[in-house]
Design a protein around this ligand. Structure first.
Ligand SMILES: C[S+](C)CC[C@H](N)C(=O)O
Ligand SMILES: N[C@@H](CCS)C(=O)O
Ligand SMILES: [Zn+2]
Length: 331
């Protein structure tokens, strides 16, 4: 199709959604609400092995809630991760493809079912394949610190992401969602890889932040965004899995740094405890405040809005309702 046409698909969806597309919420969170235990180095990717039906069901729940974009269950699905569990490389690759296929199947099933319903308000969703950071694979919470240590180079990161990216692309997602990227080095590795592999679908690259001013590593967003601006493979930039309190200021900051659409999907404001793999509800804002904030994020220029960890289909239903019915305030 070519990157230009593929980017047009994303822009069309944003237009159809009224100027701001709604993506889904915390995928792992909703798996846990259904009783899945993901206290495991594979985290939510464990469900690809143990309960793929649940994965599809959660995608359907987010579609029903009004998500225009689904993010696949591959955040912590990696080839070495599956191989370390005794699976062959072929089986590991099949799990990766399956994560994307489950989201595509859910999207197609939901869309087909809605064709028969007159006046439905849904858009045909796009499927974004989640590609979590190297830190997610390490399973030590380093997606929130960006501290990969001196032994990790750009080539280490490119080698980590390369085959995973190739396999995910084989499954035919509409978009790539590079999530919770904590430092400039990994952003650079991804941009180089997208060029090397001549990827023909749009990607977004979203950073985590701990202080609301810098990437989690402490590096400046000016430098990170400048390097993303140079790549036409990067269709959108933004922030995910970071406190919602920081988002408005960051949209204003990013708007001055880039012409690319801005994507925001914060978590609900808790703190992640890596030893127990649970969220401590320190500064959670709750669904009602999330909805109120989302309108401000949209009015400040965000083009894709959703939720990350500790948000659920309830959050996305209210986001979808408010963003698609309340007109943007223009001054
Ligand atoms: C987005 S974080 C909550 C995912 C889990 C983390 N990488 C871990 O393995 O503990
Ligand atoms: N997209 C992932 C989390 C990223 S922090 C998920 O929702 O499970
Ligand atoms: Zn998250």
């Amino acid at each position: 199709m070519g990157i230009k046409k593929a980017k047009a698909l994303l822009n069309e969806l944003i237009e159809k959604a009224g100027g701001c597309a709604v993506m889904d919420g915390g995928f792992a969170t909703q798996l846990e609400k259904h009783g899945a235990c993901i206290n495991d180095p594979l985290w939510s990717a464990l469900c690809l092995i143990e309960d793929p039906h649940l994965v599809k069901m959660v995608h359907l729940e987010y579609l029903e809630a009004g998500a225009d974009i689904l993010v696949s269950s591959s955040y912590q699905a990696t080839l070495p991760g599956f191989v370390s569990r005794g699976f062959s490389m072929e089986e590991a690759e099949a799990f990766l493809r399956k994560s994307v296929k489950l989201a595509i199947d859910a999207r197609d099933k939901f869309w087909d079912a809605n064709q028969g319903i007159e006046g439905h308000n849904y858009n045909r969703a796009l499927v974004a394949a989640s590609i979590g950071s190297y830190g997610a694979y390490l399973a030590d919470g380093s997606e929130y610190s960006g501290s990969y240590g001196p032994g990790v180079t750009i080539d280490t990161l490119k080698d980590f992401h390369r085959r995973r990216l190739q396999v995910i692309l084989e499954a035919g997602p509409d978009l790539l969602a590079f999530e919770t990227i904590p430092n400039k080095q990994e952003a650079q590795a991804i941009v180089e890889l997208l060029e090397d592999e001549n990827v023909q679908i749009p990607s977004w690259i979203c950073f985590s932040t701990a202080d609301g001013e810098h990437a989690s590593s402490g590096e400046s967003f000016e430098e990170c965004i400048q390097l993303l601006n140079k790549s036409d493979k990067v269709a959108a930039v933004g922030i995910n899995c970071s406190p919602p309190q920081f988002i408005l200021t960051l949209i204003e900051k990013f708007s001055k740094l880039t012409d690319k659409p801005i994507t925001v999907y914060p978590n609900s404001g808790g703190t992640y405890d890596v030893t127990t793999k649970t969220w401590l509800p320190s500064k959670c804002i709750g669904d009602e405040n999330f909805e109120i904030s989302a309108v401000k994020w949209r009015d400040a220029g965000a083009k894709i809005i959703g939720g990350c960890c500790e948000t659920t289909p309830v959050t996305i239903r209210s986001l979808s309702k408010v963003l698609k019915t309340d007109p943007k305030v223009t001054s």
